[in-house]
Design a protein around this ligand. Structure first.
Ligand SMILES: Cc1cc2nc3c(=O)[nH]c(=O)nc-3n(C[C@H](O)[C@H](O)[C@H](O)COP(=O)(O)O)c2cc1C
Ligand code: SF4
Length: 661
């Protein structure tokens, strides 16, 4: 018997039985080809999650009406029969692992742009703006009939491809959600106005699908709360859910929020685990069919409790499965400490909104499954790799090389692994980063990597040890601007580590990048400082993902932090800081403490020395260029593959291992 007996118990849904209660939530990752066809990248990505133990996968939002309903590049199209072969391969790849497959049927409504679709966005009524600030065009009655037919036809394609069912996307402000919304749908015909009229389109789609394929499971992703003034609210959604059940829906997948409401549909890191379970609980009181909850769920124990207490029948995981496809399998075997935690940085969705395929900050293999999860030949003749610096880049390189069979020695001048992760995890709402830090340390301890701490690796070490390959991942150090009085400044790391106390009431932080803003957030917890941030550029925390940035700036605003952008610091005096704005008029702000958050610069002297001695030398992460964790982890992983390729060329012997890296 495995762990978490409720989470890993079977559930009958419509005509199918799920092996457990873990659902992979739909996530548009943008790996399909230009024509919206499923390709090997899509298949390998989903297969990895099916193999990882989820009971049900809801394949991402797939467009039923191209071009009007399209939301992004790389989106799957399910609008004409040519989509069936690709979807058939996808369904097979998922179902091969005893995992059931639904596909989400989607139309963007007004939440797209004519730059993506090539035509003006459409909506139930000419209300609101598109994200690109266009006014949407109102759908005619005959266009609504056409769209209903498109959804029904898409369900037929899904059925022919061997999918177990479909999910209708009636959430997050997209077309079907807009029809349901009292605020966004004030049509005067039978598709608008009253609640009965607003849900008509959804009910007609369900009837159309059931008439064709009564065995096809139908899930509805329903916004239980739009979290917008005048939008859909739980009492109305409960009535809708009950009508959906009567019409033949088999699952209600509960979610919330729209583009307008901002942070609630894909939350920033500050939202507590499972904060929206109450929405599913509400719906559960009105229906007998299974309901799904999710959003900010990362711990198996939490998911188990939700199911055990009957608050929801199923739990969806989104980002947790981008970060670790094997979350369910590891949870089932009680190997929770081996789950690679999602740090809620929202780097994934940020890429989607930037029109790029999704990848994950902590998992370099996400979106690259085809490239990296293939069978890998293990290095038989133990080649030796020395890695200098145990920050995220060095650790990732060490772990990947270790799996490939290299003999890896990891040198670190401080007493523990993690590099800047230690400081970065200190400000509020960075607990997930702490988990990631611990995860990396525990992975190292369970690997064959030899760890050598409190050792500064110098050129003499290289001469003595003569490794086959050398990786320099020596990170970065704070950079200090040349300003009069700069030696009065406290360092960011000294403040965050508690090495120095920030004395006095008035504090000035020089530098309003993410580091400066996060140290302000950190100080606000103590509630005893009046803080001013001085930044030269026009935006604070410009290097941050937008949802986490908005969330952080909201906290700074609420905490009364004075934010001065487009200001230059001229001097630090014994009583404060002299600054100037665009008019160049200097003025002094008084401060008892001044903190420098003025960025980092690479540390890589060893690289230049080592290159003169050997050819296989790599510099990665911040030591190459200061950028942050994502590049560090990806470069660590990729560099391991480059070294592996080098070894292949050098004709050493190999043994095949099917685990993949
Ligand atoms: C990259 C990305 C793409 C998403 N695409 C979809 C989508 O296609 N359809 C949908 O209903 N929700 C989508 N979502 C929302 C997720 O399904 C989920 O509701 C949300 O991420 C919160 O759950 P989590 O905290 O487990 O990630 C997406 C989220 C992310 C991060
Ligand atoms: S990119 Fe960040 S938020 Fe997205 S899955 Fe990876 S760790 Fe989580």
């Amino acid at each position: 018997m495995g762990c978490y007996p409720n989470l890993f118990s079977e559930l009958r849904v419509g005509q199918i039985t799920l092996k457990n209660r873990v659902v992979m939530g739909p996530m548009l990752v943008g790996y399909a080809d230009q024509n919206g066809r499923v390709n090997e990248n899509v298949i390998k990505y989903y297969e990895a999650r099916a193999r990882g133990g989820a009971g049900l996968i809801v394949v991402e939002a797939s467009c039923v009406d191209v071009p009007t309903g399209k939301e992004g590049v790389g989106q799957i199209h399910i609008d004409e029969p040519g989509c069936i072969p690709g979807l058939t391969s996808l369904a097979k790849a998922i179902k091969k692992h005893d995992c059931k497959a639904l596909i989400q049927l989607f139309h963007a409504g007004r939440q797209t742009s004519s730059q993506i679709t090539g035509v003006p966005p459409v909506a139930p009524t000419r209300q609101g703006l598109t994200p690109s600030r266009e006014v949407p065009r109102e759908l005619s009655r005959s266009e609504i009939k056409h769209l209903i037919a498109q959804f029904v036809q898409a369900a037929d394609f899904a059925h022919r491809a061997g999918m177990d069912g479909v999910e209708l996307h009636a959430a997050h402000g997209y077309l079907l959600n807009e029809f349901l919304s009292p605020k966004m749908n004030t049509r005067q015909d039978e598709y608008g106005g009253s609640l009965e009229n607003r849900m008509r389109i959804l009910l007609e789609i369900i009837s159309g699908i059931k008439a064709q394929h009564s065995d096809l499971v139908i899930s509805v992703r329903l916004n239980v709360d739009d979290f917008t003034p005048g939008g859909l609210q739980p009492d109305q959604s409960a009535i809708i859910a009950s009508e959906l059940e009567k019409r033949g829906a088999d699952i209600i997948n509960c979610t919330c929020g729209t583009y307008e409401s901002g942070l609630t549909s894909i939350e920033p890191a500050s939202y507590p685990e499972g904060w929206r379970v109450y929405l599913a609980e509400k719906i559960k009181q009105y229906v007998r069919i299974p309901v799904v909850t999710g959003g900010m769920i990362h711990n198996p124990a939490f998911a188990e409790q939700v199911v055990a207490e009957g608050r929801s029948d199923l739990v969806f995981l989104g980002r947790s499965l981008l970060a670790d496809p094997k979350w369910p399998a590891k949870a089932l075997r009680g190997r929770v400490h081996e789950i690679r935690p999602c740090i809620r940085c929202n780097g994934c969705i940020n890429l989607h909104f930037a029109g790029m395929p999704v990848s994950c900050t902590v998992n370099p293999a996400t979106g690259r499954e085809k490239q990296y999860n293939s069978r890998i030949a293990k290095v038989a003749a133990k080649s030796r790799v020395d890695i200098v610096g145990a920050g995220p880049a060095g650790i990732q390189a060490a772990l990947t090389l270790d799996k490939m069979g290299f003999e890896v020695a990891l040198f670190e001048k401080s007493s523990c692994p993690g590099g800047l992760l230690g400081f970065a995890a200190t400000p509020p709402h960075k607990d997930r980063l702490k988990d990631f830090h611990q995860y990396l340390a525990s992975q190292l301890n369970n690997s064959g990597v030899k760890q050598i701490y409190e050792h500064q690796y110098l050129i003499g070490d290289l001469q003595n040890r003569q490794p086959d390959h050398l990786i320099i991942s020596t990170g970065s150090r704070p950079q200090t601007p040349k300003l009069p009085g700069i030696d009065r400044c406290l360092g960011l790391e000294a403040v965050l580590s508690g090495q120095v106390e920030v004395a006095g009431e008035e504090v000035v932080i020089i530098g309003g990048g993410s580091n400066g803003c996060e140290v302000a957030d950190f100080l606000l917890q103590h509630g005893k400082h009046r803080i001013t941030i001085v930044e030269g550029r026009s935006r604070l925390a410009a290097d941050m993902e937008r949802k986490n940035r908005r969330d952080l700036l909201n906290r700074l605003e609420a905490g009364g932090v004075m934010m001065l952008v487009k200001h230059k610091v001229l001097e630090i005096t014994p009583t404060g800081v002299v600054i100037a704005d665009a008019t160049q008029q200097p003025r002094e702000i008084s401060a008892q403490a001044v903190i420098a958050a003025t960025g980092y610069r690479s540390v890589n002297q060893l690289y230049h020395q080592a290159r003169r001695m050997m050819s296989s030398v790599y510099v990665i992460g911040d030591a190459l260029r200061v950028r942050g964790f994502k590049s560090a982890i990806l470069e660590g992983h990729m560099t391991a593959y480059m070294i592996y390729q080098e070894e292949l060329k050098s004709k050493r012997s190999y043994s095949i291992d099917s685990r993949g890296c």
